[in-house]
Design a protein around this ligand. Structure first.
Ligand code: SF4
Ligand code: SF4
Length: 319
């Protein structure tokens, strides 16, 4: 573990922007886990299924289907002093985004049905850890623990490291889901507090990577090498979201598997594109960048065979 000086009280008082704490997950690391979702990411992947994670600031979501109507309720209209909510023709509030200040404790705090909801709340590391710690019994029986996700958790570096460090000091196992886009010093400083790393490798071609995610992959690949070479006891799962028109080709998967191959302890998983985040784009009044595109069913088995040929039993098939 990192021997650098740290201060427990300062760690626990660290504040960060969290948009969800999801319990009983079995997909993001070993065993039963609690996933802490941090807001903010430097990438803008067109297929992102957590659009509410991308911006660092809180954002108002409008889920019209849950609103019980102004006649029965209407609390939000009184709460908004910006004139962003007005009575709509359908008996529900009409939201004018251009006037909305995404003010965290206003209309959403008065809404009884989560028709209006704020994504993102400032929380201390101590508060988050107390929530995560409630499920210690499940972690110890299943080999699970806490996973930091996002967004990119290392964008809120001080908060993320405080969470990881204090979780380890409470004898909890820790994991991170990272896109790898972070200063190399931050990767090196976070790694000693990790029990497991889930690291996205999306494409090996820098220009294609930039076109679809907004950034080149140079820093990401360098950070992957740092984790794989300098932290030999850290289990790593490299993951590729398989995206139609981006990396759903034999060439793209061959290149990624070839990059991973020399790191014998790294396992590999491909995750098929899904459209589960589409509704959240609408709640934020954003168009889903991928539109109606879907992944052909026959693609995954073909691409998995390619990865299996190169990496053998290191390939993990998603549950
Ligand atoms: S978030 Fe604030 S500004 Fe936006 S609608 Fe609600 S109360 Fe009005
Ligand atoms: S507070 Fe919520 S349920 Fe009530 S009118 Fe506003 S959006 Fe609808």
């Amino acid at each position: 573990m990192n021997q650098e000086a740290y201060d427990d009280d300062r760690d626990l008082a660290q504040e960060g922007m969290v948009f969800n704490v999801q319990k009983y997950s079995v997909h993001d690391g070993p065993g039963i886990r609690t996933i802490v979702f941090l807001k903010g990411c430097s990438l803008r992947c067109r297929w992102c299924s957590n659009p509410e994670s991308q911006n660092t600031a809180p954002e108002l979501a409008w889920n019209e289907g849950r609103c019980i109507g102004i006649e029965k309720c209407g609390h939000c209209l009184e709460a908004c002093d910006k004139g962003a909510l007005t009575p709509g023709a359908d008996g529900k509030p009409a939201l004018q985004r251009e006037k909305c200040g995404d003010c965290a404790q206003s209309c959403a705090a008065t809404c009884p049905s989560q028709g209006l909801l704020i994504y993102g709340r400032r929380r201390t590391a101590g508060d988050v850890l107390n929530a995560v710690e409630q499920d210690m019994a499940f972690y110890s029986r299943s080999g699970g623990g806490m996973t930091l996700s996002g967004g990119e958790p290392l964008l809120q570096y001080d908060f993320a490291v405080a969470l990881l460090r204090q979780a380890r000091l409470r004898r909890m196992k820790t994991a991170i889901e990272t896109c790898g886009m972070a200063p190399e010093a931050n990767i090196r400083a976070a790694a000693p507090w990790l029990s497991y790393a889930l690291f996205d490798i999306k494409h090996m071609d820098a220009a294609t990577h930039k076109e679809q995610t907004g950034v080149e992959n140079t820093r990401i690949l360098a950070n992957f090498r740092i984790l794989a070479e300098e932290f030999p006891t850290l289990p790593i799962l490299a993951r590729t979201p398989v995206i139609p028109g981006f990396n759903d080709t034999p060439e793209a998967i061959e290149a990624i598997a070839g990059f991973i191959k020399p790191y014998e302890r790294v396992r590999y998983e491909m995750l098929p594109y899904h459209r589960l985040g589409t509704q959240k784009y609408h709640f934020l009044h954003r168009e889903p960048p991928m539109g109606e595109v879907t992944l052909e069913k026959s693609r995954m088995p073909r691409l998995q065979r390619i990865a299996l040929d190169i990496l053998g039993e290191r390939v993990q098939i998603p549950r």
